[in-house]
Design a protein around this ligand. Structure first.
Ligand code: ZN
Ligand code: ZN
Length: 254
């Protein structure tokens, strides 16, 4: 829902700590490809999800180009910014910006954004994007993104492994079959909604348990609701586990 949550005046929703002001969750993975033509190398950027706050996040954090987008699932808080990819898709180095999603997610995207994806779509300035069904790992400019199946209630959600890191959100079950895909991760981002039980999201204690099973050097919790006050919860977490916040940058090896 984002924090502040609409209609709420609780102490977290009215907190002046910027770490308690949470836009809808997503990440950008950025790297520089060494190139003979440029001293700094070529910047590549992959997004995981484009939620309703995508435009605001892109303006705030300098997302001026996007190579590709991976979707976790098709709930509103993860997809509704897709249309704001339009200006970035017009200047994409390929003819169409590639988007990746599992079959179920792709079907919802095609329905919600029919004016973009339908074979009959005629609107001239629709996003220049090509939606691909995930069928195993995907290579973007030399970096591999591996889908990690997760469960969000009864919905199959896709987490992603890239290099020594993994982004796993919107889940209340980490299937045993997905554990080998996480072998050797040093940095992991995990869903941790709140301390109280929830039918489709991890609680803080469940997320701590997964973090310890995965055994990454660094775990960052994300998707927290207004039941979590950053300054109170963060110091209570075990060593190596922290609460993420908007704008956080974490170095990873790709
Ligand atoms: Zn509140
Ligand atoms: Zn969500």
């Amino acid at each position: 829902m984002g924090v502040p949550t609409l209609g709420c005046t609780c102490r977290v929703c009215t907190s002046s700590d910027p770490r308690d002001q949470r836009l809808r969750p997503s990440v950008a993975v950025e790297w520089h490809e060494v190139s003979e033509d440029s001293v700094d190398g070529v910047l590549h950027r992959v997004l995981i999800d484009t939620g309703p706050d995508f435009r605001q996040q892109a303006l705030r954090f300098g997302v001026h180009s996007v190579d590709a987008v991976f979707y976790t699932h098709a709930h509103a808080d993860h997809i509704l910014g897709l249309d704001d990819l339009r200006p970035l898709s017009f200047s994409h180095r390929e003819r169409k910006m590639p988007l990746y999603a599992n079959t179920q997610t792709a079907e919802v995207l095609e329905r919600v954004f029919a004016y973009t994806f339908s074979a009959d779509a005629t609107y001239p300035t629709r996003a220049r994007v090509a939606l691909h069904r995930l069928d195993g790992p995907v290579d973007v400019a030399g970096i591999t993104f591996t889908p990690v199946p997760l469960l969000h209630g009864r919905l199959e959600v896709t987490g992603y492994r890239f290099g020594n890191a993994a982004y796993l959100t919107d889940m209340n079950k980490l299937p045993d079959a997905s554990m080998p895909l996480l072998k050797g991760v040093d940095v992991v981002v995990l869903d941790a909604l709140r301390p109280q039980p929830h039918p489709t999201h991890a609680t803080i204690p469940e997320a701590i348990d997964w973090a310890q099973r995965i055994g990454a050097r660094e775990t960052w919790f994300t998707h927290m609701s207004h039941e979590v006050m950053h300054a109170e919860m963060d110091p209570q977490l075990p060593a190596g586990i922290r609460l993420a916040y908007d704008g956080l940058r974490v170095p990873v090896e790709l």
